[in-house]
Design a protein around this ligand. Structure first.
Ligand SMILES: [Zn+2]
Length: 363
């Protein structure tokens, strides 16, 4: 049955960022790459790394491209996006460059889209696959998630400096491994069920091949990459894992589709005590719960060992849920299983009771 759906002669789709460059010192290409788009740029620089990178970026732009560097702090909210969009209009910028982590990049993506301008993304951590995607998460001013903004196109260029990522705390790289590892399990579920990807279409075989390579890369090089990150120097394992965390995971999830691991992540965000946990750390719990839902007990044991080795959570207590009770598990399950949620991309019917049971096994 699953194979029949997979072979269906239907319209399929995949999406990609325009270009992807990765290596130590890649940030030095920012100005020359921006020059291919425009002579005036607006750089939205994450407040968390502003002091670290603003002088370097100013030096880089001391030439053909005139750049205004804007400090980003706070939420990726409608107000922040409107402010950046207005600034873009005033500055006459012809290209937007987002530098930093999650919310700064989400804001840069949304503002570039609103202003109709090309977008360059320069992630300074590899904690998730967000840099490559055509998706921007919009937050309320209080930090809660408002909605996902789906964009008509992916960033025009993703520029990943592995020397910078090697100097970031290893916890971010580990979280990215969690997000990347989920990709194949979720894409495979979508392939089996015939579920749609982020274009609203069934995926092409390339998506599943990329997702498989993503999983192989993190399983093979994850431990060594963290050891390299501990020394703050880039190395061959970091190169492979960063490619998996940012590029392969991004392509795999958008073109392959998402399922239980991310649905359970969404469910976990219902609980206040997990708010300090990074996206990929919650996704790691989602992978384990998803494997239990799928009855994959051998793979569950193997992946649980691997997650522990790459410093990722393997129990609810590890992400802050120390006091587990029925009410909390029900809340997570209800959110994960609501109508239209991606958990229903699994190739079998998933109920709240099944999710509660899987979560209880992670206490
Ligand atoms: Zn994710």
């Amino acid at each position: 049955m699953a194979e029949m759906i997979d072979d269906a002669l239907v319209l399929r789709g995949a999406r990609f960022p325009g270009r992807y460059l990765q290596g130590p010192g890649a940030i030095n290409q920012t100005a020359s790459e921006a020059a291919a788009f425009a002579t005036v740029a607006l750089v939205l620089l994450d407040g968390g790394v502003f002091d670290l990178f603003a002088p370097r970026l100013r030096d880089l732009f001391d030439g053909a491209v005139k750049a205004e560097i804007l400090r980003f702090g706070g939420e990726s909210s409608e107000a922040a996006i409107a402010e950046v969009t207005a600034r873009l209009a005033r500055s006459g910028a012809g290209v937007v460059i987002g530098v930093g982590g999650g919310k700064a990049l989400d804001t840069a993506k949304a503002a570039a889209f609103r202003a109709g301008l090309p977008l360059i993304i320069v992630p300074t951590i590899a904690a998730s696959d967000a840099p490559c995607s055509a998706l921007s998460v919009i937050y309320n001013e209080d930090g809660s998630v408002d909605r996902d903004l789906f964009l008509p196109r992916n960033p025009d260029l993703v520029l990943v400096d592995t020397a910078i990522i090697a100097q970031a705390p290893p916890r971010f790289l580990a979280a990215g491994i969690g997000d990347a590892l989920a990709t194949w399990y979720e894409a495979e579920s979508c392939r089996k069920s015939g579920a749609k990807n982020c274009l609203g279409l069934p995926g092409l075989p390339v998506a599943y091949a990329i997702a498989r390579e993503c999983r192989e890369a993190v399983l093979t090089f994850g431990r060594e990459a963290l050891a390299e990150c501990d020394t703050c120097r880039p190395g061959p394992a970091i190169e492979r894992v960063v490619e998996a965390n940012i590029l392969l995971s991004g392509l795999g999830f958008e073109s392959g589709g998402v399922a239980a691991a991310h649905a359970i992540h969404h469910g976990l965000t219902e609980l206040d005590e997990v708010h300090h946990a990074l996206h990929g750390e919650k996704v790691a719990i989602g992978i384990l719960a998803g494997l239990l839902l799928n009855g994959e007990s051998e793979e569950f044991d193997r992946i649980r060992r691997f997650l522990a080795e790459v410093r990722l959570p393997v129990s609810l207590a590890d992400i802050g849920i120390v006091e587990v009770n029925e009410e909390k598990l029900q809340r997570v399950a209800r959110r994960a299983c609501r109508a239209g949620e991606i958990i229903h991309n699994e190739p079998f019917a998933v109920t709240e009771a099944m999710v509660v049971k899987a979560l209880r096994a992670l206490t």
